[in-house]
Design a protein around this ligand. Structure first.
Ligand code: DAH
Length: 336
């Protein structure tokens, strides 16, 4: 009889050692610890054991059952924790295994784009300046030659912060052209600056529109600046930023603060084949703007431009929906 117990112990040890999955472990449990298992059968033999040996047999059989139950629980835990089965008795934590590297954070793709734009224009001689997001009507409209009746001043198309009918009301700036005025108010020409930042418009959101976006404004004022300088600068920028193969064009347009004016377009695939996307406006600074800041329009000439930074990035990184940039889904943001 004691031999049977020893044999059962040896068999169970060997079987448990071979277990590498939850299924195998369950088979082990049924075979040894189940209601029709080997231990139940062993207990069944008790009545055949001679009376004087019953006590010892019972004790040993119980000890075996307890031992198997414990090893079973241990193995169950090690499998359940996802750890690979290790030789019995060894610690389950292998400190020599390489750790999971912490995931590094990164700058938002728009922040990265802003930095790159400042760098590209920096190489072309433009200094970076900033201006406030909360503006007054004078800098957002009046000094930029945008008259009271102009649709751009409609309170429904702007985020006014104070009564739009009050004197010089405040609003969230709708364009970075405000910074042109602020710089010229405080600086004598020549001037060569870019300014990046957020602008706000109550636009309906779609693949290319968002109620907050970023612009980069450029202003160049000197003697004898011409449209050729403007076109050269923008085309050089476009090819430096997007690469020599980018398809770009300037199309005549109208802005109250430039004359003549144009819009910059780039070819892009937003998912429905190639199409032209407008990325911003530009033109020769209107004499009325120079007068508003006290520059002599007979002496000074200049060009200006304002480009939508999200759209610049969309073309560069093949981003087909501006909304993705602000949903802050890390699976999207991690790509950049
Ligand atoms: N401020 C214009 C806009 O937001 C863009 C623009 C057009 C800026 C012409 C300029 C410019 O500096 O010269 O739509």
């Amino acid at each position: 009889m004691p031999k049977r117990i020893d044999q059962l112990q040896a068999d169970a040890d060997a079987d448990l050692k071979a277990v590498t999955s939850a299924e195998q472990l369950e088979a082990f449990r049924i075979k040894y610890l189940g209601s029709k298992g080997a231990l139940k059968a062993l207990m069944g033999l008790l009545k055949e054991v001679p009376k004087d040996q019953k006590r010892e047999f019972g004790q040993r059989a119980n000890a075996l059952r307890q031992g198997l139950q414990e090893s079973f629980e241990q193995r169950k835990q090690s499998l359940g924790g996802g750890a690979k089965p290790k030789a019995a008795g060894k610690p389950l934590l292998d400190v020599t295994e390489p750790g999971a590297p912490p995931r590094l954070g990164r700058q938002h793709i728009i922040t990265q784009t802003v930095d790159e734009l400042i760098e590209v224009f920096g190489r072309m001689g433009f200094d970076a300046v900033t201006g406030p997001e909360v503006e007054d009507e004078h800098h957002n409209f009046v000094a930029l030659n945008i008259p009271q009746q102009h649709p751009a001043r409609d309170p429904l198309d702007n985020f006014y912060l104070t009564d739009p009918d009050g004197e010089n009301p405040l609003l969230m700036r709708s364009q970075t052209s405000t910074v042109q005025i602020r710089v010229m108010e405080n600086t004598k020409p020549p001037i060569r600056i870019v300014s990046t930042g957020r602008v706000y418009r109550p636009d309906e959101h779609d693949a290319t529109h968002y109620s907050m976006f970023h612009q980069i404004e450029g202003l160049y004022v000197d003697r004898n600046v011409s449209m050729v300088d403007l076109k050269t600068t923008l085309m050089q920028f476009a090819h430096a930023y997007w690469g020599p193969d980018a398809d770009v064009k300037l199309v005549p347009s109208y802005f109250p603060f430039t004359e003549p004016s144009a819009e910059l377009y780039v070819k892009i695939d937003l998912g429905k084949g190639e199409e032209w996307m407008e990325v911003g406006g530009c033109g020769m600074v209107d004499p009325a703007v120079f007068e508003a800041v006290g520059y002599d329009p007979e002496e000074w000439t200049g060009f200006a431009f304002g480009l939508g930074i999200e759209r610049l990035a969309m073309r560069k990184y093949d981003i087909r929906d501006i909304r993705w940039l602000f949903e802050n889904d890390v699976r999207f943001l991690r790509q950049f």
